[in-house]
Design a protein around this ligand. Structure first.
Ligand SMILES: Cc1cc2nc3c(=O)[nH]c(=O)nc-3n(C[C@H](O)[C@H](O)[C@H](O)COP(=O)(O)OP(=O)(O)OC[C@H]3O[C@@H](n4cnc5c(N)ncnc54)[C@H](O)[C@@H]3O)c2cc1C
Length: 377
């Protein structure tokens, strides 16, 4: 058993840290934006990291999309900028259904440009009345008399929506669900801003109104929608765990620097019992979260579907740990932890959505408990 990253992953980590260092001066500005920051996008393109998001055959770096590589990059990026982290992550999350079951034409048209970050994708699952309960989706795909399909419905809180070149849309298709690839240039699409959230994010609400496409726009076979959502989660859910670990580590570093130098009652805060305990507990939790995350991601490299339960555990453990750690870090920094737009205050806000998207903690617990009760004889 070897707990160290292989050389190939260390190289990727170096590149990701280099990208993060490059955008650090503009990170605070980018993280307050709900539209794409052009310089962050330019730096992503220059970094070539998006080529981790598609298979080699279509311009990617590796033969298959590698969940551990993505985790490591997100860990490095989230420590510096949630905007950069999201921009990077969405290249894969938004395009993976094409990788998994697009036609050769669909792959050739989009994946090489995903790999260079020339185009940005969006994955549209959520609706005004549908979040965790995806099977209740009301967006529809219907066939018309000419053999085309027609899409109608509302999608909400869709990352990248204002800048996406295409939407991968989850919709009801008869009594099943399909995923459909909708270019953003299609007639009948309109995008409105989503309400501003606790930590700004590039989001949009999208209306599909009689959007007509050839039936070949359906990804894979009709009726494979849920399977494609699961395939996407199997590769990318664990990467939220990676980002959570990066955020928690960055918060702890802030609190460590502060408590090492600030003196109260004649001693640095870090030497005062309860503060020392918060530092130690936080460090320990981060190490535990990172170990589980790397373990889940390494398993997902071999077989993403088989590793999904571990990935759910990693996402649950790491996002919940990040919430606890960053809360303690604010506490340790006293009033200095509360300064608006300071690094720690920004991390505090950014930690919160991670427990809600890509599987809210409660939903993950339901799945993990179900698996446990099936496994134990
Ligand atoms: C920053 C951000 C980016 C996003 N980007 C995208 C995107 O790109 N594409 C997209 O499609 N969506 C996106 N979303 C939406 C996200 O996927 C949803 O917020 C998520 O699925 C949860 O749905 P909901 O918010 O409607 O909560 P709900 O489903 O209404 O759940 C509310 C609460 O009830 C709990 N709950 C729900 N059902 C159960 C149950 N059966 N048992 C126990 N507890 C339950 C949940 O855990 C949660 O705590 C994004 C959200 C955010 C915050």
């Amino acid at each position: 058993m070897n707990f160290e990253l292989d050389k190939k992953y260390i190289e990727i980590q170096k590149d990701a840290r280099e990208f993060a260092r490059e955008i650090e001066p503009i990170a605070a500005e980018a993280d307050e934006m709900s539209t794409i920051h052009p310089e962050v996008l330019a730096a992503l393109r220059k970094s070539n990291l998006s080529d981790l998001m598609v298979p080699r055959e279509y311009g990617g770096r590796f033969e298959h999309v590698d969940p551990l590589a993505i985790c490591i990059v997100r860990e490095a990026l989230m420590a510096v900028s949630s905007h950069a982290d999201s921009l990077f992550a969405l290249q894969g999350i938004g395009s993976f259904a094409i990788t998994a079951s697009g036609s050769t034409e669909q792959k050739q048209e989009w994946l090489p440009r995903i790999a260079t970050a020339e185009v940005l994708p969006a994955l549209a699952l959520t609706e005004p009345d549908v979040g965790s309960d995806l099977k209740n989706a009301s967006t529809t795909i219907e066939s018309d008399d000419d053999g085309n399909i027609v899409i109608n419905g509302e999608k909400s809180w869709i990352s990248n929506a204002p800048s996406a070149s295409f939407f991968v849309v989850f919709a009801r298709d008869g009594d099943q669900y399909s995923m459909v690839l909708v270019p953003s240039t299609a007639d009948g699409i309109s995008v409105r801003p989503t309400p501003e959230i606790i930590a700004p994010h590039v989001l949009g609400d999208v209306t599909f109104s009689n959007v007509k496409l050839p039936s070949s726009a359906i990804l894979g076979q009709p009726g494979q929608g849920l399977k494609l959502v699961l395939a996407t989660l199997a590769v990318f859910r664990v990467s939220v765990a990676g980002a959570s670990v990066g955020l928690a580590q960055a918060a702890l570093e802030e609190a460590t620097r502060h408590t090492r130098t600030r003196v109260q009652f004649g001693k640095p805060l870090a030497r005062l019992g309860p503060v020392a305990q918060m530092l130690a507990d936080s460090w320990t939790e981060i190490e535990m979260a990172r170990l589980l995350t790397y373990r889940a991601a390494a398993s997902a490299v071999d077989d993403p579907a088989a590793a999904l339960n571990l990935s759910s555990m990693a996402k649950l453990a790491s996002s919940e740990a990040a919430g606890r750690v960053v809360d303690r870090c604010v506490q340790m920094m006293g009033r200095f932890g509360l300064i608006r737009n300071s690094k720690i205050e920004k991390l505090y806000r950014q930690a919160r959505p991670m427990r809600i998207y890509e599987g809210a903690s409660e939903i993950l617990r339901l799945g993990i408990a179900r698996q446990l009760t099936q496994e134990i004889e």
